[in-house]
Design a protein around this ligand. Structure first.
Ligand code: SF4
Length: 185
């Protein structure tokens, strides 16, 4: 039986490694790197480089979207003081999921999803609700998931260490970087 074609939004190599390894068995998978939230640009390039490594290892095609960081700042600036998991994050998820749904539909994929629910700091219920909304809007299916379940996050840490992958210590945006520095001070 032919596998369904799935486009998966990926944000970093450690998350991509675990989730892609998990779902590759059941879907014909391509990755989609769209992360305008990541700051500074050097960090964006590093995460992309590491994700490309994983794509090569797993033999998965990876599409890279433009890095529209200015647009991200414009959309989120009202919520720059929100804590992680607050309103700013909902906008950040929305931006990335909508673009993934749009791209998946344009390229003729059957279904789309994101690796983001692997992170203990991401709200799977919100991601899944947004995914279903954009699936309807772009006339495509959405694979709802909470990849952190069944020790997903823990397993991803072990796997990424074994591949010597770079693992970031902040979520991605300038504000999450600042809040980490404040905690460390
Ligand atoms: S903390 Fe993470 S999810 Fe929230 S806005 Fe920043 S990059 Fe996006």
């Amino acid at each position: 039986m032919n596998k369904q074609k799935l486009l998966i939004h990926v944000c970093c190599a450690p998350d991509a490694l675990y989730v892609l390894s998990l779902i590759k068995e059941n879907y014909e998978v391509c990755g989609y790197f769209y992360n305008p939230n990541v700051f500074p640009e050097e960090e964006y390039k590093l995460r992309l480089k590491e994700t490309n490594k994983i794509a090569e290892i797993l033999k998965v095609k990876l599409f890279e979207e433009i890095y529209d960081n200015d647009q991200w700042f414009t959309l989120t600036k009202k919520f720059k003081n929100e804590p992680e998991k607050g309103k700013r994050c909902d906008i950040c998820y929305t931006m990335r999921l909508e673009k993934t749904a749009q791209k998946a539909s344009e390229l003729g994929f059957d279904i789309f999803t994101t690796v983001m629910s692997l992170s203990p700091w991401k709200k799977a219920d919100v991601l899944n609700r947004l995914g279903r909304t954009f699936a309807q809007k772009y006339n495509i299916n959405f694979l709802g998931a909470d990849f952190k379940k069944k020790d997903g996050f823990k397993k991803s840490v072990i796997m990424s260490k074994s591949y010597g992958l770079y693992r970031q210590d902040y979520c991605g945006c300038l504000y999450s970087m600042k809040s980490l520095k404040e905690k460390e001070a």
